[in-house]
Design a protein around this ligand. Structure first.
Ligand code: C2O
Ligand code: CU
Ligand code: CU
Length: 522
C-alpha cells in the first residue's frame, strides 16, 4: 500500500517523523556521490566576480519588448575544476537579466526544454514562471499549478510594473519549486523609471546586481539537494552571480548594488568588515523615501535591497569584505560567514552619479497607506503541523483538493486591508511573500519596522515568534494569487495558500495554457 503524504495526514499518521522519511530516502536513495571534500572548494575571494549577462530582446516594437527564453540543461563551471549539471534559462545560471523600462510592455516566450526527469530526484520537471515583484495578471503570474511541461511553451505578458524596482523571475512549479530553482531556474529583472534614472545615484557600470545564493556540492561537482527533512537547504558554499565567494575590483567611489537573496532557505545578515554602513536606498518595491544607512542588513530569500557602498574612503590596495553574520535558525558552515570581497584598485574613472540624495521617492503610494483606510483585518498563522508546513492550518494540497476554490481572503478590488502575520513555529523563520501587491510594514512585534524595511515590500522576514502587521491595497487585477513562505522548501511542503481579489478575474490555469511544440520567434 502506498499512501500519499496527504492521505497519511488524513489518516492521522502525520505528526511523527514517518512523514518526513520518504523524502529523505528519496534524496539519498540515488546512490550518488557524497559531499565534496572541503579541500576541493575554492578559498574565498580567489574566484573573480562576474556581472550577470543581460538578455537582448528578440524584437522590439512601439510598445513592447519581446524576449525568448528556453529552459534547458547545461553545464556550469562553478567550483574550479568541476563541471556542474544545471538547468538554466537559455542554459545560463543564473538566468540572463532582463532590463525593462517602466511603462513598456514585455512579452517573454518561455519554452520548457528540460529532460523528462530530474537527474537525482526523478520527478518530471514541469515549470511555471513567476515574475516576483510585478503585479501580473493571474495567467501570467506563475501560479503553481499553471504548468508548462517539457516540450511545451507559453507567453508571459508583463505590462504594468508601476515604478522602477529590482525584481526577479524564477520557477514556481507546484511541489518542485525548490529543486527547480536550485538547478538554476532564477534570473534578475530590472525595471527602470525616469525618477530613478534622474537621481544622481550610481548608474551604468556602477549599478551592479548581486544575486546571492548558497549550495551544497557532491564530489563529482554536481549540486547536492539535501533539504534536511523538508526543513530547508543550507549550503556550505556562498555564491554571488553563480560564483563562489568572488572578489570584485572596484574604484574609489560609490557603487549601487542591487542585492537579491535567491537562496532556497538560508537568511543572511550582511555587514562590511570595515564597520562602515551599507546605505539602503530601495526595497522590494522600489526606492525608499529617504536613504537608510545600516551597519547590519538582515535579509531572507526573495527580499531585494539596493544599497550604496562608498569605497572612496579606502586607499587603493584595500580589501573590503561583505560578511554574513547570519541569523537564528540557519545552519552555518566555516565559510558561510563570508559573501564576497571588493578590492579597491583604482581612482574613479567617472564621478557621475556619485551621491546619495537625501530624498529618493517621497511619493510611493504604498508608503502613504494609512491604517484608517483599512476595510478589513485578517491574521495568518505560520506553523508546522502533521509533518507539513501550514498557513492558518491550510496547505496547498487543500487548495488543490478544493479545485482551487478555497481562498484565505477575498478583498474587493482596491480594498485596503491589514494582515497580521504570525510565526508560531518556534525554531524557524519564514520569509512570507504576497503575490500581486506591495505592502508597507506597519509594525514588527508592536514596534516600528527596522530602518532597512521602511520601504515598499512584497516579502517580509518573519523571525521566530514574531508578529508583523502589513498594509496593502489589493489590486490592480482581480483574480486568485499566491501567498507563501519563500523558504521554497517550506513552500513545496506545503506552506502556500491563495487569496482572491474581487470576483470574476482571469483564471490562472485555464486562461492562457501552455501549448505543445517548438515556439516560433516572438
Ligand atoms: Cu518569488 Cu511566489 O514567489
Ligand atoms: Cu511573487
Ligand atoms: Cu517557512
Amino acid at each position: 500500500m502506498t499512501l500519499t503524504r496527504r492521505e497519511m495526514l488524513k489518516l492521522g499518521l502525520a505528526g511523527s517523523a514517518a512523514i518526513a522519511l520518504p523524502v529523505r530516502r528519496m534524496v539519498r536513495a540515488d546512490d550518488g556521490p557524497g559531499r565534496i571534500s572541503e579541500s576541493r572548494l575554492p578559498e574565498p575571494f580567489t574566484v573573480p566576480f562576474a556581472a550577470l549577462q543581460v538578455l537582448a530582446p528578440s524584437r522590439v516594437d512601439a510598445t513592447t519588448d519581446y524576449y525568448s527564453i528556453t529552459q534547458r540543461p547545461a553545464t556550469a563551471q562553478i567550483i574550479p575544476g568541476f563541471d556542474t549539471p544545471v538547468w538554466g534559462y537559455n542554459g545560463l545560471v543564473p538566468g540572463p537579466t532582463i532590463e525593462a523600462q517602466q511603462g513598456r510592455r514585455v512579452v517573454v516566450r518561455m519554452a520548457n526544454a528540460l529532460p523528462a526527469t530530474h537527474p537525482t530526484l526523478g520527478y518530471l520537471p514541469s515549470t511555471s514562471t513567476h515574475l516576483h515583484g510585478a503585479p501580473s495578471r493571474p495567467q501570467y503570474d506563475g501560479y503553481a499549478n499553471d504548468l508548462t511541461l517539457p516540450g511545451q511553451w507559453k507567453d508571459y505578458v508583463y505590462n504594468d510594473v508601476p515604478n522602477g524596482r529590482t525584481i526577479w523571475y524564477h520557477d514556481h512549479a507546484v511541489h518542485h519549486t525548490a529543486p527547480n530553482v536550485y538547478m538554476g531556474l532564477a534570473g534578475m529583472y530590472l525595471v527602470r523609471d525616469p525618477l530613478e534614472q534622474g537621481l544622481a545615484i550610481p548608474q551604468g557600470r556602477y549599478d551592479v546586481p548581486l544575486m546571492i545564493q548558497d549550495a551544497l556540492f557532491a564530489s563529482d561537482g554536481s549540486l547536492l539537494f539535501d533539504d534536511d527533512d523538508e526543513s530547508g537547504l543550507m549550503g556550505d558554499v556562498i555564491l554571488v552571480n553563480g560564483r563562489p565567494w568572488p572578489v570584485m575590483r572596484v574604484e574609489r567611489r560609490k557603487y549601487r548594488f542591487r542585492i537579491l537573496i535567491a537562496s532556497l532557505s538560508r537568511s543572511y545578515r550582511l555587514a562590511l568588515d570595515t564597520g562602515d554602513p551599507l546605505t539602503v536606498i530601495a526595497t522590494d518595491g522600489g526606492l525608499m523615501a529617504a536613504p537608510q544607512p545600516v551597519t547590519r542588513l538582515p535579509a531572507s530569500t526573495a527580499e531585494r535591497y539596493e544599497v550604496i557602498i562608498d569605497f572612496a574612503k579606502y586607499p587603493i590596495g584595500r580589501r573590503v569584505v561583505l560578511r554574513n553574520l547570519s541569523n537564528k535558525n540557519n545552519v552555518d558552515y566555516p565559510d558561510t560567514d563570508k559573501v564576497m570581497a571588493f578590492d579597491v584598485v583604482d581612482e574613479p574613472s567617472s564621478t557621475e552619479g556619485n551621491s546619495i540624495p537625501s530624498v529618493l521617492d517621497p511619493n510611493n503610494p504604498v508608503m502613504a497607506l494609512d491604517p484608517a483606510l483599512a476595510v478589513a483585518r485578517r491574521s495568518m498563522k505560520l506553523d508546522r503541523g502533521g509533518g507539513q508546513w501550514t498557513i492558518s492550518d491550510v496547505i496547498w494540497d487543500d487548495i488543490v483538493a478544493s479545485r482551487f476554490r478555497k481562498v484565505f481572503a477575498n478583498p474587493q478590488l482596491n480594498d485596503v486591508e491589514i494582515w497580521t502575520l504570525q510565526n508560531s513555529s518556534g525554531g524557524w523563520f519564514h520569509p512570507l511573500h504576497l503575490h500581486l501587491v506591495d505592502f508597507k510594514i506597519l509594525d514588527r512585534n508592536g514596534k516600528p519596522p527596522r530602518a532597512h524595511e521602511r520601504g515598499p515590500k512584497d516579502t517580509v522576514y518573519l523571525g521566530e515568534n514574531e508578529t508583523i502587521r502589513v498594509i496593502a491595497r489589493f489590486g490592480p487585477h482581480r483574480g486568485r494569487y499566491l501567498v507563501h513562505c519563500h523558504n521554497v522548501v517550506h513552500e513545496d511542503h506545503d506552506m502556500m495558500t491563495q487569496y482572491e481579489v474581487g470576483t470574476g478575474g482571469d483564471d490562472p490555469i485555464t486562461s492562457a495554457p501552455a501549448v505543445w511544440g517548438t515556439p516560433p520567434a516572438p
